[in-house]
Design a protein around this ligand. Structure first.
Ligand code: V47
Length: 372
């Protein structure tokens, strides 16, 4: 199909995309630098449709954030609080289990569980939390703990990453979400999140999880002080690890939300940059099956457009989102299943409810079956 490419530097990239050839680091830089967003979007959409046709995935999930107490003081974050802050909270185990059951009449298939780096919650506490959730909600997939939380727990318990992951898996952890990767470049990491594990440690933790047979997602945080080289370097590192392990399921580009953070002087990302990140990640990450347009972060309007710029997933019902809303997100905290269906259909795509590992889900109003 003929396509108008205004930026002539993109022609060799188009040829590679049409031939299914892997893009180079320099191609990634050219894509980030071009203002020809429509050409980048066209190419990403070609790749997306080759892999998934019109299919657009979503799930019925619930976020649970057991605590916002965090020993780190990352400049990118508006969620974490010190234990002595009267506005901080830590749920009891009973409160976690009770929260899990609140919300919709629509049965959830996934709990997405992340929280601050709490100085006193032990590995045993987290294992009891997972076991209690599995007892009460045996059919629900537990996607829990960023690589950063795993690294912190391991250090506090003087255990290896492998042993920490094994214990959590034994207690019911089914997979890991993609958060905490931010940007692997140490120059940037030192400024935005210097209290976290470094980029190499994030990748090593993901590698260990994958070696144990656990799947995970991965992310990149853009729109703060990083540059195009930092973004492409990050994507290339994820791609290299995926070549080795095949353990990443979905990539989620995350737009920085500056409100209520020490970096609040940084302007919010534009729709242009948001769509560019979706498109470039689809084009660069040729070995990661899914690209998610996280509607909470992008707004449902931009997420819908992203489904024509490389994304094939829109995340889920969420029910109660805190991390982005603490940082000024103006989106709703939840969407109903019917609203997600409408969003996808109105973008001319075919909605497909999935579980966390992308097996199709069939449901009545209050129950579901994972079709294997
Ligand atoms: O780890 C924190 C980021 C992540 C801010 O795996 C911020 O399916 C922007 O990882 N502005 C949490 N971003 C969210 C996340 C996620 C979301 C949806 C789906 C999945 C998945 C994962 O959000 C954090 C951090 O990288 N973050 N603060 C902020 N002010």
């Amino acid at each position: 199909m003929p396509v108008a490419i205004e930026d002539r530097r993109l022609k060799p990239i188009l040829e590679k995309v049409e031939a299914g050839v892997r893009l180079s680091y320099d191609d990634g830089i050219a894509l980030f630098r071009t203002s020809d967003l429509l050409a980048a979007g066209y190419m990403a959409n070609r790749v997306r449709e080759r892999r998934h046709g019109d299919k657009t995935y979503f799930n019925v999930n619930r976020h649970i954030n057991p605590t916002d107490v965090c020993v780190a003081s990352c400049k990118l974050c508006a969620f974490g609080k010190k234990a002595k802050d009267p506005k901080s909270y830590t749920m009891s185990l009973e409160q976690v289990w009770e929260t899990a059951g609140h919300g919709w009449t629509e049965a959830v298939t996934e709990f997405h569980i992340v929280g601050g780096l709490h100085p006193e919650l032990t590995l045993d506490w987290y294992c009891r939390m997972l076991r209690g959730l599995k007892e009460r909600f045996p059919q629900v997939h537990l996607k829990a703990f960023t690589m950063v939380e795993i690294g912190y727990l391991a250090r506090r318990e003087s255990l290896s990453i492998r042993e920490t992951l094994e214990r959590l898996r034994g207690a019911g952890m089914d997979s890991l979400p993609g958060g905490g990767a931010e940007i692997f470049c140490e120059r940037v990491r030192r400024i935005i999140c210097d209290h976290k594990i470094n980029g190499q440690e994030w990748l090593e933790t993901a590698r260990t999880a994958h070696e144990l047979g656990l799947h995970s997602n991965c992310t990149l945080l853009y729109g703060h002080i990083e540059n195009e080289e930092d973004r492409v370097d990050h994507l290339v590192k994820l791609r290299a690890l995926q070549d080795e392990t095949g353990g990443f399921v979905t990539f989620i580009p995350l737009a920085f939300h500056p409100d209520n953070t020490p970096l609040r002087h940084i302007p919010k990302t534009t729709g242009f940059l948001d769509l560019k990140n979706i498109a470039v990640s689809r084009l660069m990450l040729d070995n990661i099956p899914h690209i998610k347009a996280y509607w909470v972060m992008l707004t449902p309007r931009i997420a819908q457009i992203a489904l024509r710029f490389g994304a094939d997933d829109i995340d889920g019902t969420v029910v109660e989102e805190r991390i982005y809303h603490d940082a000024g997100a103006t989106t709703s905290q939840s969407l109903r299943r019917g609203e997600l269906l409408q969003l996808i259909r109105k973008a001319g795509r075919e909605p497909l409810e999935r579980d966390t590992l992308y097996r199709p889900v069939s449901r009545t109003e209050t129950a579901f079956t994972v079709l294997v």
